[in-house]
Write a new protein. Structure first.
Ligand code: FAD
Lengths: 368, 480
């Protein structure tokens, strides 16, 4: 295992590599098959290098534990907008989730539908490409259209284009109060209609989940005490046609929902389906196993018997990523959804340019 | 500003190229009459002009594809164009290029409130997108001040922002999918009604690529429900430092306004005279706007006012009604018009870390004194996106060049304090030659590799974004 402690040492390690590299942060998100090749750990590159609460910006090295970042933000009453999910429960891993892995998988939680994914909060990045060259893109300011936005391209690239070494993030003020509105007994159709109606109100719903076990439908409101109370009342009134809504104040089940703890230790493969909310009811009807909706129907967590190709059930609606499966299934079905030929040509072209020696070629390599 | 010498081999084949384009397009879609071409010789950066060889205005993605295929086969450069409001010369033609405009493609193709999305042809103006969903209580968030004229095509190409992006983000945060036509005519669908990319997030490099990667003909955009209401507070201070401090204090207090706008004395004076907004006589003025229901707005404006008062403002005016809000915004919204009345100006667009605001304003004042040219400042303070306006007299010999030099120094200073050359207007030709102040050769090389993949012949929007010396090798290959 290579564990450089500086970007220049990491670049040197890449230049010196004579075969495939498996990039690793904390090893907590690795869903894809274990790859041949030398482990290149980013865990040695740690530390918050800049934090300006008054400018809502933070810069940290890629190996910095997420917990360290969360703690620093909490001390200033701030937070990450994209609410990254922690994959450890679902994958049965221990280890320390790092910023690099979070960004490289574009991790995000229930708030993604309004606040964006990791890529929407990333305002700058440093990475080492497959030629062992350190590259920077973006910077530490919120608005920046200077040149092509490689920082966002690297978000969710799962190590295919380079090793992320440092990330700049845009932050949000923290949240004083949370309320959850819940309704029981809705069918998938009715639930999507209700969540959609909620998201069409001006009340800034930041979570919209439907669980067929129950069944229960949950909506989240966040803000100041007074504002959350006001909006909880107003939203319940606006949705009266869609069910009986009761409000509960307090953090609620959102951290567990974010991390998909309801699928921890489950049997079979686990998939994430990303689709248009209005396609969700028909899609869940065709699923072979347990499922739950997030993002108002825009995300479906779905379990399936081992080795089943869930993509066949999608009928063209959206795309599916394999989250938890055996190595054989990952290989046979592909971790990521296949791309149409013209898109795949662009993707392959980028990989060939950024990684001409194919060092990161076990794509999708999923660093943590 | 230098442009490459037009390729005489291409110019000599003009008639043949035009014949092929004419055959591929309906009658009015090809413009080749020299007088009519003048309309397309520049964008809103009017200091630079050059009529193109011809203009094509296709009416569909298929026609765009046909035009590009022909130009690709003929080796003719293509400059994509929306409404031509770029302030960076992004749509400036070269003499040997074809302008490909999407202005005839203005349809709304689909609206889904259930999915909170709208699909449009990209020639549609920014304001028309909001207009199309207004009656349903929705809006499209990125709101450049040019929104009446500028097209979604240009917004995507420049990753445009506006006064309200502190809360809602810029174009890239509100774009879900595009139909992109590559230089060889290949039509590529990227993204769609879903949220995350299945593989590499290609949308993120396409947005903001300034016409370097392909022609965007359709776009899937996120629309948002309109807030219940919005009201601003106007705060005046006797120093820019204090105003900067106030911005930082508001953000640290956990409030995220939709907009924090900053104007300095020269700008306050000019806009007040122009619009009669009744602005206070002071060094620096903030307009801070928040959204929500009336009680929510009152709560937030209450906290903001408390913070502002601690810093001893010379004026604090909380809007209590739509009329009062309109009056507060009146001057700010007419800022560019007002400055245009009294002078010619160059509008810069650098971004700086908010904490550097006071130092930056002092730096600008020093430079302004040294060059003997007045600079007025109006900008989005919440995100550090500055718009220094350099005032000069275009009729005076050498003043434009002097103003440009001053502009370059101010932008270089933005980079030096940790910021960037452009926050929302783009690089175009205007900031092309400054790119090396912000990026190392390796950074630019990585960006150019992306272009190599999308446009291997380097025919799209030539001589923009990358310094000519840096892209020379690649453009040389292209010419073979
Ligand atoms: C008075 C005024 C105020 C402004 N205020 C703001 C502001 O508040 N915020 C802000 O961000 N900008 C502002 N701008 C700048 C400008 O309006 C934006 O950059 C706008 O997005 C340009 O849109 P357009 O359709 O006019 O594009 P154009 O000027 O036609 O083109 C801009 C760039 O986009 C490329 N392009 C155009 N169409 C396509 C296509 N179909 N496919 C690929 N590339 C394409 C062009 O090649 C060019 O590089 C302002 C401009 C003016 C004149």
């Amino acid at each position: 295992m290579l564990e450089p402690v500086s970007e220049s040492a990491l670049a040197q390690a890449v230049r010196g590599a004579d075969g495939p590299l498996a990039i690793r942060g904390g090893g907590t998100r690795g869903g894809a098959p274990p790859r041949d090749g030398t482990v290149l750990s980013v865990a040695g590159l740690t530390g918050i290098t800049l934090y300006e609460p008054g400018a809502l910006t933070l810069v940290a090295r890629a190996g910095t534990p997420m917990a360290e970042i969360d703690a620093a933000l909490e001390a200033e009453g701030q937070r990450l907008a994209f609410e990254p999910w922690d994959a450890r429960a679902v994958l049965g891993r221990d280890g320390v989730p790092t910023l690099g892995g979070c960004v490289a998988t574009n991790a995000s939680g229930p708030r993604r539908m309004v606040a964006g994914a990791a890529r929407d909060s990333v305002i700058g990045m440093r990475f080492v490409d497959g030629t062992g060259t350190a590259v920077k893109s973006g910077g530490r300011v919120m608005k920046n259209v200077t040149g092509l936005d490689l920082a966002k391209l690297l978000c969710g690239s799962r190590g295919a284009l380079g090793v992320i070494t440092e990330v700049s993030l845009k932050l949000l003020p923290g949240i004083a109060a949370t309320a959850t509105l819940a309704a029981d007994g809705l069918s998938p159709d009715a639930a999507v209609a209700a969540m959609s109606a909620a998201l069409c109100t001006p009340y800034e719903v930041t979570g919209a989940v439907h669980d067929p076990a129950g069944p229960r439908t949950l909506l989240r409101l966040e803000g100041t005490e007074a504002s959350v109370s006001y909006r909880a009342d107003a939203l319940a009134r606006a949705l009266s046609r869609h069910g009986d809504w009761r409000a509960e104040h307090g953090p609620g089940p959102w951290a567990d929902l974010r991390d998909a703890r309801d699928f921890a230790g489950g049997a079979g493969d686990l998939w994430r389906i990303s689709l248009r909310p209005s396609d969700a009811p028909a899609t869940v009807a065709a699923l072979p196993g347990r499922w739950r909706m997030d993002w108002g129907g825009g995300l479906i967590w779905a379990e399936a018997p081992e080795g089943t190709d869930l993509r066949a059930a999608l009928a063209g609606a959206g795309h599916a990523t394999l989250v938890r499966a055996g190595a054989d299934t990952h290989r046979a079905l592909g971790t990521l959804h296949p791309e149409p030929a013209p898109v795949a040509r662009l993707t392959d072209g980028l990989r060939a340019r950024f990684d001409p020696r194919g060092l990161f070629s076990a794509h999708p390599g999923v660093p943590a | 500003m230098q442009m490459p010498t037009p390729d005489t081999a291409i110019l000599s084949r003009r008639a043949a190229v035009l014949r092929r384009l004419a055959a591929a397009l309906p009658e009015p879609a090809l413009i080749s009459d020299p007088a009519a071409l003048r309309t397309y010789e520049c964008d809103a950066l009017t200091a630079y002009r050059c009529p193109p060889m011809a203009v094509v205005l296709p009416g569909s993605t298929q026609e765009v594809s046909a035009c590009l295929r022909i130009c690709h086969e003929e080796g003719v450069p293509v400059v994509p164009r929306g409404s031509g409001t770029s302030l960076a010369g992004g749509a400036l033609p070269t003499a040997d290029s074809i302008i490909l405009g999407v202005s005839r493609m203005t349809e709304v193709l689909e609206t889904s409130l259930a999915d909170r999305i709208i699909r449009v042809q990209t020639g549609i103006t920014n304001l028309s997108v909001s207009g199309a969903v207004e009656d349903d209580g929705f809006f499209y968030a990125p709101d450049p001040s040019s929104q009446l004229a500028c097209a979604i095509a240009g917004n995507i190409a420049m990753n445009s922002g506006g006064a309200h992006c502190l809360k809602y983000g810029v174009t890239t945060n509100n774009l879900l999918g595009v139909t992109l036509v590559l230089m060889d005519g290949t039509v590529v669908e990227i993204g769609g009604g879903h949220m995350d990319a299945p593989g590499l997030d290609l949308l993120s490099v396409i947005c903001g690529s300034e016409g370097q990667l392909g022609v965007v003909t359709e776009a899937m955009l996120r629309i948002l429900p309109r807030p219940e209401g919005a009201r601003p507070v106007l705060i005046g201070y006797d120093s820019s430092e204090t105003a900067g401090q106030c911005v930082s204090d508001i953000i640290k207090a956990g409030i995220l306004p939709v907009a924090i706008e900053f104007m300095d004395r020269p700008c306050i004076r000019a806009t007040d005279e122009f619009s009669g907004a009744g602005y206070p006589d002071c060094e620096a003025m903030l307009i801070v706007e928040v959204e929500g229901s009336d009680p929510e707005i009152d709560e937030q404006l209450g906290i903001i006012s408390q913070i502002a008062r601690r810093l001893d403002p010379v004026e604090l005016r909380v809007s209590g009604s739509a009329e009062e809000s309109a009056r507060i915004w009146l001057g700010r919204k007419s800022a560019f018009g007002a400055m245009g009345q009294i002078n010619d100006y160059i509008c810069l667009d650098g971004t700086i870390p908010v904490s550097e605001l006071p130092a930056m304003l002092r730096g600008i004042a020093d430079l302004s004194g040294r060059y003997g040219l007045e600079v007025a400042n109006v900008f989005h303070a919440g995100d550090g996106n500055m718009h220094p306006l350099i005032l000069f007299d275009a009729n005076a010999d050498g003043e434009l060049e002097k103003a440009e030099e001053l502009g370059a120094e101010i932008l270089t200073l933005c980079v030096k304090v940790g910021g960037c050359l452009t926050g929302e207007h783009g690089v175009g030709v205007e900031k092309r030659d400054l790119m090396e102040t912000q990026f190392d050769p390796a950074d630019l090389e990585a960006q150019m590799r992306v272009k190599d993949v999308f446009d291997p012949g380097w025919l799209l929007n030539p001589a923009k974004v990358f310094p000519l010396s840096v892209s020379a090798g690649r453009r040389g290959i292209a010419a073979e």
